[in-house]
Design a protein around this ligand. Structure first.
Ligand code: NAP
Ligand code: F7E
Length: 327
């Protein structure tokens, strides 16, 4: 039975990846931080087969202990402070977790004898590293130009992963994943903020939605498809870096069109307001990825398209909001 350790088990991707690995017959361990993490019950009910170990990406010895207990064949480093807007106000802690946390995890795997034991490592890199894009579409070789403390921290983790591969011969791969969403997406991210608000408007529970920049464009895919790409990367004989994306981009306005249309509202102009509080000091205007390498080498394909993804999220939030409102 293969064994896997996932950091970031309470997050969107951690839950989908745990489901995938359990389905593939893995013994799955998840790293849970904090002394009384409020998401423990969520993990225990969603993926009851996962064994939870406590540890923090800021604490090397806790990572070593987790590796010793889990004895994993594969380590998926998904843990991070992942909200870009938050990273300007908390640049130091974002650098420590999203950046230096990767070094801690790589170093823990190295000290654990990861290369000798054949441990394979996955780093959750991000399209945010492309920032002020130097090429359209973005591919593995595109120059990185991050635009936020989060993006800068991810660039550090990305290059450190490559460095551990080159310096120590570790099987360390980096997935440069473009935005991926789902009904499990945190409410602070724009897709979920929109799907929840649209559901609440449709149910008469809310009459306006306040957003920031409506013109940014993102290459949005479904998280369930993207964790499959992570797993495929670690099944390769040789570690490498891969862009994972749909190759299609949409603006926040397109997102609003699709989400409101799903509940029968064609004109949302009177329902959506803009507030500078949600604008970012530096914006990433356009992301669209070229996943040719992932398609050809990994045989990976995204299955869920943009309209289907938005419909899935709005449907989920309609049911959730109805239940919360006791209807
Ligand atoms: P998420 O929902 O925000 O989950 C982040 C996870 O990191 C949570 O489980 C969180 O645990 C954990 N974490 C935070 N601080 C930690 C620490 N000090 N030690 C250990 N764990 C810590 O993120 P996601 O969307 O699943 O994304 C997974 C990974 O992919 C992240 O690294 C993210 O940056 C990266 N990524 C995401 C996307 C995307 O579009 N979703 C795209 C590219 C890359 P708590 O619940 O305890 O806070
Ligand atoms: O913003 C605009 C905002 O916060 C998307 C993370 O998973 O993907 C994610 O980062 C766009 C931006 O995601 C609001 O300005 C407008 O242009 O949903 P988001 P993100 O910043 O792209 C990457 C790949 C990651 O790696 C990250 O971890 O939407 N936008 N108005 C808004 N965004 C938010 N959150 N809230 C608004 O009100």
């Amino acid at each position: 039975m293969p064994r896997a350790l996932i950091t970031g088990i309470t997050g969107q991707d951690g839950l989908y990846l745990a489901e995938l690995l359990l389905g593939e017959g893995y013994e799955v361990f998840g790293l849970l931080r904090g002394q009384n993490n409020p998401k423990r019950p969520l993990v225990e009910t969603t993926v009851p087969g996962v064994r939870l170990l406590t540890g923090d990406l800021a604490d090397l010895s806790s990572l070593l202990r987790a590796l010793q207990e889990a004895q994993p064949d594969e380590v998926y480093n998904l843990g991070a402070i992942s909200f870009v807007a938050y990273s300007w106000e908390n640049a130091r802690v974002t650098s420590e977790i999203t950046g230096l946390g990767v070094l801690n995890m790589l170093e823990a795997v190295r000290l654990h004898g990861g290369r000798e034991r054949g441990v394979r490592f996955y780093q959750a890199s991000s399209s945010e590293m492309f920032g002020k894009v130097q090429e359209v579409p973005q591919r593995e070789s595109t120059l990185l130009w991050p635009r936020s403390p989060y993006g800068v921290a991810k660039v550090y983790g990305h290059h450190m992963t490559i460095n551990y591969r080159e310096s120590y011969g570790m099987h360390a791969s980096s997935g440069i994943l473009f935005n991926h969403e789902s009904p499990r997406r945190g409410p602070e991210f724009v897709t979920r903020k929109v799907s929840t608000a649209v559901a609440r408007v449709a149910l008469g529970l809310q009459d306006r939605l306040v957003l920031g920049n409506l013109d940014a464009q993102r290459d949005w895919g479904f998280a369930g498809d993207y964790v499959d790409a992570m797993w495929r990367m670690l099944q390769q004989d040789v570690a490498d870096d891969y862009v994972v994306a749909t190759g299609r981009t949409h603006s926040i306005r397109d997102l609003l069109d699709a989400a409101f249309a799903h509940v029968g509202i064609d004109d949302w102009s009177g329902l959506v307001h803009q507030d500078p509080a949600f604008m970012r000091p530096a914006e990433v205007d356009l992301l669209v990825g070229d996943a040719t390498k992932a398609r050809t080498v990994l045989g990976w394909e995204p299955r869920v398209g943009f309209d289907e993804l938005v419909a899935m999220m709005v449907e989920h939030d309609l049911a959730e909001q109805r239940a919360l409102a006791g209807r």
